[in-house]
Design a protein around this ligand. Structure first.
Ligand SMILES: *[C@@H]1O[C@H](CO)[C@@H](O)[C@H](O)[C@H]1NC(C)=O
Ligand SMILES: *[C@@H]1O[C@H](CO)[C@@H](O)[C@H](O)[C@H]1NC(C)=O
Ligand SMILES: *[C@@H]1O[C@H](CO)[C@@H](O)[C@H](O)[C@H]1NC(C)=O
Ligand SMILES: *[C@@H]1O[C@H](CO)[C@@H](O)[C@H](O)[C@H]1NC(C)=O
Ligand SMILES: *[C@@H]1O[C@H](CO)[C@@H](O)[C@H](O)[C@H]1NC(C)=O
Length: 384
């Protein structure tokens, strides 16, 4: 599943001592991700009077290099080909949604917490890691572990700055910071591996509880601004379609797997209720719930209006139409094929999105039309 160089998984196994728990989520779960936008109108760029500070938690939808840093590997080409022109520790041909959101604030891309070589945490930290889920709780890099890392950073950073360390975050900045969360896709995906539909649905409240605990833990340390993404249409991923679609009656009008999408919608309905509840319970906080599902599903349903072809087929993979996905020959592995024009594809590798799709997702997010309350990402510049 992970798109690494040939033989990389063997290498990982050797490198990470006692890494059973570390590797399990990476190699059994499904990664997701999102984000792009040279398309953003110039006007959405904000002029923050201070450096905006973002702490991001999530999975491959927003991992800007944490996994690659953690295991000491980059991904293979053609990952990164469109924008970075080399693999850029992201699962995409280019930028992710979070990269575009950072661009909209005129701030640098977020540095992964696990980046030990050239860290610059001046504008925040990215705790997101490919393969992460909310549960199980005590394994790297569950949401709980990511928040634990944040709490350590929260505690250490101001003290280290007093000692002269640079490129960290000061005490007062944690209250102004924006806390972004995008997780849940791997919880649903893993659940569908082993459980029936109704068993998956039964597990959803336990995922939501983990997100609730994460927000509470950050709030108790001064966090006030939260930006929560719901989960995308899992049943439209070429990977899921290639592996699970057996019966046309399970497909919706756009060719997506209905049970998986229904589970995603159930998750989202509960996440929305959680956000409403937390707005009542937490004092002086802003919690924006963003309907990523609708943004992504619209792009797939109306693909041709956006200039995309084959919305359910991976640009990079193996096997050809209809999905171009082969679990044994992922993008970057020997035998893969890659489309000529990534800008005509929504799915990059069967699980993650192309830069072209990510750019549109980000511009939709910035439109505020999918946000509750209808606040802009730019609202969170420190000068508010
Ligand atoms: C660290 O990042 C900040 C803001 O993103 C930037 O202004 C600064 O120049 C960077 N520092 C270094 C050493 O690159
Ligand atoms: C799902 O089943 C597989 C194979 O039967 C097993 O290895 C895995 O641990 C199970 N996962 C969960 C979450 O129970
Ligand atoms: C497809 O699903 C429908 C409804 O669940 C069922 O009646 C039908 O037998 C299935 N067909 C196959 C080939 O499994
Ligand atoms: C909430 O915000 C208001 C206005 O900024 C402030 O006066 C009040 O002390 C805050 N309450 C708490 C509990 O932080
Ligand atoms: C497709 O686009 C039309 C026209 O903009 C819109 O009304 C419809 O809701 C879109 N479909 C989806 C599934 O978002």
């Amino acid at each position: 599943m992970i798109v690494v160089k040939e033989n990389a998984s063997k290498l990982d196994m050797g490198v990470v001592k006692g890494g059973r728990y570390l590797l399990v989520p990476f190699f059994t779960l499904y990664m997701i991700l999102f984000l792009y936008l040279p398309l953003l109108p110039h006007s959405v760029h904000c002029q923050c009077t201070k450096t905006p500070i973002i702490f991001n938690f999530g999975d491959s939808n927003s991992d800007t290099g944490g996994y690659a840093d953690g295991v000491g590997l980059n991904f293979a080409p053609p990952n990164g080909r469109t924008y970075f022109h080399q693999p850029a520790r992201r699962l995409s041909d280019g930028r992710l949604m979070i990269d575009f959101l950072c661009e909209s604030l005129n701030t640098d891309y977020l540095t992964p917490y696990l980046n030990s070589l050239e860290p610059n945490f001046t504008n925040g930290v990215n705790f997101a890691i490919i393969g992460s889920a909310t549960l199980p709780r005590y394994v790297p890099f569950s949401l709980f572990v990511q928040v634990s890392q944040f709490l350590r950073f929260r505690y250490r950073s101001p003290a280290l700055m007093l000692n002269g360390y640079k490129d960290l975050v000061g005490d007062e900045d944690f209250e102004n910071a924006l806390y972004t969360i995008d997780i849940g896709q791997n919880d649903l995906a893993a659940s569908f591996d082993n459980l029936t539909y109704s068993q998956v649905i039964e597990r959803i409240p336990s995922f939501i509880t983990e997100i609730k605990n994460a927000i509470w833990n950050i709030y108790e340390k001064g966090g006030k601004k939260f930006w929560v993404h719901n989960t995308g249409p899992l049943g439209c991923l070429p990977q899921k379609l290639a592996l699970l679609a057996r019966n046309a009656t399970e497909l919706d009008e756009h060719g997506c797997l209905q049970p998986l999408n229904n589970a995603a919608k159930t998750f989202n309905a509960q996440l929305r209720v959680l956000c409403e509840q937390l707005r009542r319970e937490l004092i002086n906080v802003t919690i924006v719930y963003v309907d990523i599902y609708s943004i992504k599903y619209d792009l797939i349903a109306n693909a041709s209006n956006y200039g995309f072809e084959s919305p359910l087929m991976a640009c990079c993979g193996n096997g050809g139409p209809p999905y171009n996905y082969n679990a044994n020959i992922n993008c970057g592995r020997t035998g893969y094929t890659v489309c000529h024009e990534g800008s005509k594809f929504i799915s990059w590798d069967g699980v993650h999105y192309t830069e072209a799709a990510n750019a549109i997702f980000a511009s939709k997010i910035l439109s505020t039309h999918y946000s509750t309350p209808q606040l802009s990402f730019n609202f969170f510049c420190n000068n508010m």
